[in-house]
Design a protein around this ligand. Sequence first.
Ligand code: ADP
Ligand code: ZN
Ligand code: MG
Length: 614
Amino acid sequence: MATPQRSPRLQQRGAGRGPLGSRPSASVWYGLGLLVLLGAAQLYFAVPAGRSIPYSEFKVLVRDGQLTEISISDQTIHGTLKNAEKDKAQFTTTRVEDPKLAEELDAKGVKYTGESANRWLPDLLGWILPLLFFVAIWGFFFRRMSGAEGGVMSFARSKGKVYADDEVKVKFSDVAGVDEAENELKEIVEFLKTPSKYTNLGGKIPKGVLLVGPPGTGKTLLARAVAGEAHVPFFSLSGSEFVEMFVGVGAARIRDLFQQAEAKAPCIVFIDELDALGKARTQSPFGSHEEREQTLNQLLAEMDGFDSRKGVIIMAATNRPEVLDAALLRPGRFDRQVLVDKPDIKGREDILRIHVKNVKIAPDADLKVVAARTAGFAGADLANLVNEAALLAARNDKPAVGMIEFESAMDRLIAGLEKKRVMSVKERKIVAYHECGHAIVATTLPGLDPVHKISIVQRGFGALGYTMQLPIEDRYLMTRGELLAQLAVLLGGRTAEEIALGEISTGASNDLQRATDIARAMVTEYGMSDALGAINYDGNKRPRFLDIQMGGERGVHGEDTAKQIDAEIKRILTDAHNTAREILMSKRDKLETVTARLLEVEVMEGDELRRLLT
Ligand code: ADP
Ligand code: ZN
Ligand code: MG
């Protein structure tokens, strides 16, 4: 039961090839086929001609002198009868331990021969074939391990793909919403186009450019756009490709990559997901990551070793700059860092326009509204959104993608897929009161984003319903009053349950968590508590670029202060709770009407809510 849900699931792009996911090699199948064939042959040859008879019958035949000749092998006796038609003369019997047989045969004058067992076939089946089989499997895995495109000899070869001049078709016009980054990179393009213009004056061009930003914001896209604009070859590798299981291979790859690049200068070397190989080197008691460190050291050495005047620009991208080894960020290496942040409302609209270029859009589809409702979406999420909407339209046999499709694609991305499971009547009622509590408080208090939609349609993981507030503008700052109002909204759901049902459910836990986080931040980070004053008690340094909270040490303050902080958080939350209760008590009848209506329609637009509340 979340209030404004703005955390779309980000897509993780999987690594290209899985070492075990592919089909077994043909030789394994050949081996199996051969095995079956030999088995069949064994059965065929091992069964001798003639009918088989019991040993006792055989002995009778011997005593009666019915036999002309027999041959005795390890396990069977094969013989010919005296007075029988030709095709019935042959017989076989299984041999029984019988030391006197030879005497009896001599007495009756039967010609007998011993036959050495035919051992080659069982031997072959017994151990040669399994051996061959294991050799085949071993060879198969060995070839797998040594990389897709070759045998043992290509271990050290760089897997860098070279995109020739005109192969990179991406232009800056394909990227939107990241204008600042774009402007910084234009300088690089200029340099790659006419290096002499810069170097003649003795200027120094940055060697390395590090693109930093959350996933899906277009870092890879930007790097390719630089190559596309400058018309230079583009070597692209992912950091994880350097990390192999054999020590020294990664380092050799780096060396090879830089050799290739120097031969093709001017060009761009792009190392995606730099954090995979550039993690800070650590002294770990459990042994170090020998291989990764070697690779990283090699990269550092190469970056120092070559001259940027040759026209090789090294670009890299990461979404976790805080884990990078400090040596990478030193001047002379990735000395220029470009922040590629999530787009603002205008940027989102521009990105949407880029991605709808190849999609038929109905006139009613308002990309401005879509952009407004997708705060927090990165470029990749927006591309995904357009695609989802187009797929929905196709499924509904629409001639073009309309606003309805965009709406449901957004709902889907924002709160996960619609769930099929139906809630019980009691659960629905709880959820409805809860969401109406959020919505009424949000509508009553001034200075908040207007409610866009309330829903009790169950979606995705954990969210039973939601109240979505539509921001009028992107906010960079929030005042204390706004934060307090937001707290009241968050607690409004739980308060409505208390008032209407006299009981509270587990559905409010996420609200409480978020409310507590906000309250704590107000006290310890924003200095918004009068009792504690404008001091940052939160020793946590946030990562410079991202809003991921890093674990680790809390602030440095005494126990008394900690108690005071807790007391302040509690006071703020109690106040917010009281505000919510006052509002909902004064609108007790409205709470009932809105909830009844919501149970009826399941999804209520903000306009209808406001009409019901007046
Ligand atoms: P990152 O490397 O930052 O994780 P990508 O560059 O791989 O993100 O982006 C994935 C896809 O999302 C791109 O191919 C593009 O279609 C879309 N995209 C991401 N950011 C933008 C943007 N700023 N403008 C246009 N499209 C974008
Ligand atoms: Zn809630
Ligand atoms: Mg990327």
